[in-house]
Design a protein around this ligand. Structure first.
Ligand code: NAP
Length: 254
């Protein structure tokens, strides 16, 4: 018998080959979910499933799967829905949009290409996955929970990140709008705004800048991916059954 707060649920996690997405797979599987780890880097998604997901204590530990997915490619997202329905006979009821990129530069130097690629993955990718999988949930009358990973930078802005900040503010507004539309289907939609979390994405930030940021964090340290994943799992579960349209900071107080 599988136990845990999301036992028996099917979860799709994008950006699952690294950082917060990988940790989400870990905690969701620990709490009994079957996980589909999707990443544009297939090998890293496989690695997540092989070495980072909990083997559920019941019989379904072999049901996790890894898939290659570029979230900004609408036909790839549609194909993933179809292969998921073929394999699992039902759509996932937990969707975690964690795929994200940065292409930092000063506003005065930012190329149109770097603007477009960040908006295309972070905002359009979240839109495509949310729209495609929410539609499947409504068609099968399945209640569900969608968790979109925004960023605290979407709330306060950050030097060198006009493209990223814009995309992440968009994720919050999109989440709140989707929550209003999907509530009648019993699909909840929430956003998480992480602060500075110790994952590969912040390796591009100069150490001097990170140290400066940490002075503004009352808890005085970087967050762990698992500390975001615990909230993702709570929002996925019925423990948060009256929470929708929320945007929750996980920042150590920043
Ligand atoms: P990460 O370790 O770089 O993980 C992001 C994953 O998404 C990577 O495996 C990446 O693959 C993948 N990805 C990138 N583009 C994709 C696409 N088009 N389709 C599918 N997968 C794609 O970063 P993270 O820190 O876990 O970030 C996860 C989310 O949290 C992101 O949305 C990020 O913006 C957000 N966030 C992070 C922090 C932080 O401090 N870490 C703070 C606030 C918000 P590649 O490695 O090939 O790019």
């Amino acid at each position: 018998m599988v136990s845990g707060i999301v036992a028996g649920r099917l979860a799709l996690v994008t950006g699952a080959g690294s950082g917060i997405g990988r940790a989400a797979c870990q905690v969701l599987s620990r709490e009994g979910a079957t996980v589909i780890a999707a990443d544009r880097n297939y090998d890293s998604a496989v690695e997540t499933i092989k070495t980072h997901t909990a083997l559920a204590s019941g019989s379904n530990d072999g049901d996790h799967s890894a898939v290659e997915l570029d979230v900004s490619d609408s036909s790839a997202v549609r194909n993933l829905l179809q292969t998921t329905l073929d394999q699992y006979k039902a759509p996932p009821t937990i969707i975690v949009n964690s795929a994200g990129i940065t292409r930092d530069n000063w506003l005065l130097k930012l190329s149109e290409e770097d603007y477009d690629s960040v908006l295309s993955v972070n905002l359009k990718g979240t839109f495509l996955v949310m729209q495609t999988f929410a539609k499947a949930m409504t068609e099968t009358a399945t209640p569900g929970s969608i968790i979109n990973i925004s960023s605290i930078v979407g709330k306060y802005g950050n030097m060198g990140q006009t493209n990223y900040a814009g995309s992440k503010a968009g994720v919050v507004a999109m989440t709140q709008s989707a929550a209003k539309e999907l509530g009648r289907f019993n699909i909840r939609v929430n956003a998480i705004l992480p602060g500075f979390i110790d994952t590969p994405i912040i390796k591009t930030v100069p150490d001097k800048v990170v140290q400066g940021m940490l002075k503004l964090v009352p808890l005085g340290r970087l967050g762990l991916p698992s500390e975001v994943a615990e909230l993702i799992t709570f929002l996925s579960s019925n423990k948060s059954s009256f929470i929708t349209g929320a945007a929750i900071d996980v920042t150590g107080g920043f």
